[in-house]
Design a protein around this ligand. Structure first.
Ligand SMILES: Nc1nc2[nH]cnc2c(=O)[nH]1
Ligand SMILES: [Zn+2]
Length: 483
């Protein structure tokens, strides 16, 4: 068992955040949160720990208190649930920051497809994906939805890397049997589906966590409607039906030209969301990237099907796609998480994405018409307002877990969940010899309360403030972590 003693923050729903200036969290050897007691005074800590340990000893005679490992956090440190990235592209990381001059369709053609093509070489995949997964973990992402390239072997390597480095992940091979380039498109619909089936079997054979949950999961990945023939979408719909709990990821309604092109390719579909729906690809566990320009009819359908949205604001600004109205989606009860969407987005950090989600909501709130003097704001509604800290942290953690159908397993520190967590450190990396790495953008004051520390972390933090990263109770990264 491990016991963490210190400050903590987590969310319980989109508008409920819990701060605790002193908590004790016990994590069993299988990685499950065994007990969590909050709002303690310093004098209570030892008594609470001894009570919990004696209960354990009573229940299990072989249990030994001397095997308990304690982690006591310092003042500028606190526990945050691990971040969930609901949308990113592992093969595109070498392109991060490139291609500023393009919007989506040209960006795909001139920047993205040529980069993804390089993954035909498994040796390239091995070098690249080792680095990608390591960097993403170092930024505090404990669960990540990855798009791979079109290549089966390279995408197996990506799954292997997540497994080896201990990151909870959903890994998909992109399906794309049209509208690529002459050298970057799948040979046929049947080979696309056959490779997808092979990848699913491969990933399902990887070792499970001590809780028997899979660490790495397959995810069905039709790139977007434009890159899939009707036949391919239908066959992927059949595959989805055969695997009812399996996630599906794709892009939707990201930019104006993409939407127009989709309508031209699928003239009989009622709208963009209808293309996925009529092929059995819009359901609980579908992760829809972007959703910047959904019509009212589409919003209703997404809610009806219980699909989720990956909000990718850094990418939406970077390639000038649009702004998703997350407040509205949450008000309607639609599941929403955050996606870095590298390399449409130029930063693999969920902290950066959270900041851009905040900016998006501020721009939307500033562009709503002035309210009449007697206007009564509905305190329950988020649409038209800037998103509060509770909602932003929710999107980065529990909201993402909800989108990935993992809400009952991770996303906060509720007893019975698997311990996916970050030890955030506002004081920065103060290991001897490493003082130069303290983050100059983050101020720290010894009298900061937990609310202040959390704001400083969310708006100024980066990997220098991510000291430890845990997935299912196992330490997998953070600046103090040796590989
Ligand atoms: N942002 C983004 N949008 C897409 N639509 C289809 N493919 C992609 C991609 O790789 N990135
Ligand atoms: Zn994307």
């Amino acid at each position: 068992m491990q016991i963490f003693v210190g400050q903590l923050v987590h969310t319980l729903d989109p508008t409920t955040i819990q701060y605790s200036s002193l908590s004790v969290v016990g994590v069993s050897d299988n990685g499950v949160i065994d007990f969590a007691v909050h709002d303690l005074s310093p004098g209570d800590v030892e008594r609470i720990i001894q009570e919990q340990l004696s209960q354990k000893a009573n229940l299990d005679k072989g249990w030994k208190a001397e095997n308990v490992k304690r982690t006591v956090l310092g003042h500028g440190e606190f526990l945050v649930p691990g971040f969930v990235d609901t949308h990113t592209h592992a093969p595109q990381f070498p392109n991060i920051c490139r291609g500023q001059q393009y919007e989506l369709l040209d960006w795909l053609k001139y920047i993205t497809f040529p980069e993804e093509e390089k993954l035909a070489d498994v040796a390239v995949a091995k070098r690249l994906y080792n680095e990608v997964v390591r960097r993403v973990i170092s930024l505090g992402t404990t669960t990540c939805c990855y798009y791979g390239s079109l290549h089966l072997e390279a995408t197996k390597v990506l799954a292997d890397e997540c497994q080896a480095q201990g990151q909870r992940a959903f890994v998909g091979k992109c399906n794309m049997d049209r509208n690529g380039s002459p050298t970057y498109v799948e040979a046929s619909c049947s080979s696309s589906v056959a490779d997808t089936r092979s990848l699913i079997s491969y990933i399902q054979s990887l070792p499970k966590l001590p809780t028997s949950s899979p660490l790495v999961n397959p995810i069905i990945t039709p790139r977007f409607a434009i890159s899939c023939t009707d036949e391919l979408l239908s066959q992927l719909g059949t595959l989805a039906k055969e695997n009812p709990g399996m996630l599906i990821q794709t892009h939707i309604s990201e930019n104006a030209s993409e939407i127009a092109y989709t309508h031209a390719l699928f003239p009989n579909a009622p709208h963009y969301a209808g293309v996925y729906d009529t092929h059995g690809l819009l359901r609980d566990g579908t992760v829809l990237g972007h959703a910047c320009h959904l019509t009212e009819e589409e919003v209703k359908l997404v809610k009806q099907r219980n699909a989720g949205i990956a909000h990718c604001p850094t990418s939406n600004f970077n390639i000038r796609s649009g702004m998703a109205n997350v407040g509205k989606y949450l008000d309607r009860g639609i599941k929403v998480g955050l996606g870095t969407d590298c390399s449409g987005g130029y930063c693999p950090s969920i902290l950066r994405t959270l900041q851009d989600a905040c900016v998006t909501s501020k721009i939307l709130s500033l562009s709503t018409p002035p309210k009449p003097l007697d206007y009564k704001e509905d305190p329950e509604k988020l649409e038209g307002k800037h998103l509060p800290i509770s909602t932003l942290l929710y999107l980065a953690t529990l909201g993402g877990a909800d989108v990935c159908l993992l809400k009952d397993k991770v996303g906060n520190f509720v007893v019975g969940k698997e311990f996916d967590a970050i030890v955030a450190s506002i004081t920065g990396d103060n290991t001897p010899g490493e003082q130069g790495r303290a983050n100059p953008a983050v101020w720290y004051s010894a009298d900061d309360d937990i609310q202040t520390l959390v704001e400083r972390f969310l708006f100024g933090g980066d990997d220098r403030n991510i000291k430890e990263v845990y997935v299912c109770g196992r330490r997998v990264g953070g600046w103090g972590h040796s590989q």
